[in-house]
Design a protein around this ligand. Structure first.
Ligand code: SAM
Length: 496
């Protein structure tokens, strides 16, 4: 067996997918943090590279990360590396034999794979690469189909497909340990999902969000803009209990027009619970309800381990909240009739985000994470535009480009202190039933213009969050208008 000295020198190699580059480091760091381990890279760490060497971990840690990661493809125990094959040989011959020998025994079976990044090798060249490793003391039998141990030679030819070098930039050799969870992207694709909407979140990004949020077994996770529940699907896969709210009656009740091609209306069992049932996680489903995020219905307590959400941007769905600017009065007894449907008014993006941050500061447990998308107009974006909160620290801020001028940023924040004062609470009805119209029919061209306008409005309003403006003043004015203003009574009903 390996000695403790040689064990402590073990390094691990991660092979990462080359999409969603920005999201990879926060994902791996969050998954390591879940295991109480810091991220330590070894050697010349390049964040955009498909290969990262990690230090200070056990094989169990690496298996734990790979059991969750959708950004990492595979992990290896690194036995040797170098810029040339001769450097690799020297490195491999220096690797402690006591670390190698348990996997090279006579009665074992093994195989060696050759993987090249940014270059395709002919079959004969692959065989040559394997033959060149004859200096390694393999004693077992080669078995291509059911090998006990799998080894891999990995060659990195850089990331520029227009400039592929003849010789690899770097070469690694290691023992395969585990694959990541890339398969989830296919198995949970929204294409085959029971219940979807116009803004259903892509499966891969949903899992990345759950990972950035450090969602753990038996956690309680909340999505205040739940839509068709894609984020609940991802969190329930990691065995968290999930719940959500949405202002849209049809979405919550699985009614109305279908977002599927060739289907006009939603079927009888198209709802979020059915989505979780489809993936075998129905027991993690708590409930969803019709509710306006601007007037949340939760008691004042740190209830949630994570809040994960994709707020409306007003591009493909309207940003509405209950209320009106008109002078409307409440019924004399203050109680609304059963069939009352509140009117809605515009819910500005900056208010959505300040409400969300404030809600999270009050309702996350200490150490709990808020993960949400922030739309930005790229030419004007700067880091100061990310809404701050005195109780939440920014953990990561990753860009997903949507067009040359627009992108959305995945913001992860962690609650590190309790709010010092308690804001007035909304005390209206728990469930309100309103119908929100989706702007799905907006043409692509119009959408581009809407994108820009919305982003400009946002960047203007965000200035209010600058250090020159008192943030508590802003928060209290935008978050806590009087209850009367928040819930005006009106007989007007929105119709489909
Ligand atoms: C981008 S979608 C969320 C999509 C969701 N992640 C999914 O996968 O289906 C935003 C959702 O917020 C809802 N919404 C808009 N305004 C709201 C409000 N004031 N309170 C709660 N939900 C609201 C919309 O009805 C919409 O379903």
């Amino acid at each position: 067996m390996a000695t403790s000295t040689s064990q402590s020198r073990l390094k691990y190699l991660l092979h990462l997918a080359q999409d969603n580059l920005d999201f990879r480091l926060p994902e791996i760091k969050a998954l390591l943090a879940l295991r109480g381990k810091p991220f330590h890279s070894s050697g010349d760490f390049k964040e955009k590279s498909p290969f990262w060497c990690l230090d200070g971990l056990s094989e169990e840690d690496v298996r734990g990360v790979m059991a969750r990661s959708v950004c990492a493809k595979s992990a290896f125990e690194l036995w040797g590396h170098g810029q040339t094959h001769s450097e690799l040989k020297t490195s491999l011959l220096n690797y402690p034999s006591e670390n190698m020998s348990p996997f090279m025994q006579k009665d074992s079976t093994y195989r060696i794979n050759v993987y090249t990044f940014n270059k395709t090798l002919e079959f004969v060249d692959r065989i040559k690469r394997i033959d060149a490793l004859e200096y390694l003391p393999f004693e077992g039998t080669v078995s291509l189909k059911s090998s006990q141990h799998i080894f891999c030679l990995l060659e990195d030819y850089g990331t520029d497909p227009n400039d592929i070098p003849d010789q690899p930039n770097y070469i690694y050799f290691g023992r395969w340990i585990a694959d990541g969870q890339r398969e989830l992207i296919r198995s949970h694709s929204v294409k085959n999902r029971h219940f979807i909407g116009n803004t259903s979140m892509d499966a891969g990004l949903s899992f990345i969000m759950a990972n950035h949020a450090k969602v753990n077994v038996n956690d309680l996770v909340f999505d205040p803009f739940v839509g068709t529940g894609s984020l609940l699907v991802a969190c329930s896969h990691f065995r968290a209990y999930v719940c959500g709210t949405d202002i849209d009656y049809n979405t919550i009740h699985g009614r109305g027009r279908s977002s599927r091609k060739n289907n006009t209306w939603r079927g009888p069992d198209e709802n979020i619970r059915a989505n979780l049932r489809q993936y075998g996680t129905e027991e993690m489903y708590l409930d969803v309800m019709v509710s306006d995020a601007s007037k949340h219905v939760w008691r004042e307590a740190a209830l949630f381990d994570a809040i994960i959400t994709d707020p409306p941007y007003g591009i493909r769905e309207s940003t509405r909240r209950t209320g009106s600017h008109k002078d409307v009065s409440r019924p004399p007894d203050g109680i609304y009739v059963e069939s009352h449907v509140p009117v809605t008014q515009a819910y500005h993006l900056s208010d959505i985000f300040t409400d969300l941050l404030n809600f999270s500061a009050h309702h996350l447990v200490l150490g709990g994470r808020l993960v949400y998308w922030l739309p930005v107009y790229r030419p004007e974006y700067c880091e100061e535009m990310v809404p701050p909160h005195p109780c939440l620290r920014i953990i990561s801020n990753c860009e997903q480009t949507l067009s040359s001028h627009t992108s959305r940023r995945l913001i992860t924040m962690e609650k590190f202190k309790k709010p010092e004062f308690c804001y007035p609470r909304f005390s209206g009805r728990v469930v309100m039933e309103i119908v929100s119209r989706l702007l799905g029919s907006i043409s692509k061209q119009k959408r581009g213009v809407a994108d820009k306008l919305q982003a400009q409005r946002w960047s203007h309003r965000v200035q209010l969050n600058s250090p020159h403006y008192s943030s508590s003043q802003h928060l209290s004015s935008s978050l806590h208008p009087s209850v009367d203003q928040q819930l005006p009574y009106s007989q007007d009903k929105l119709s489909n």
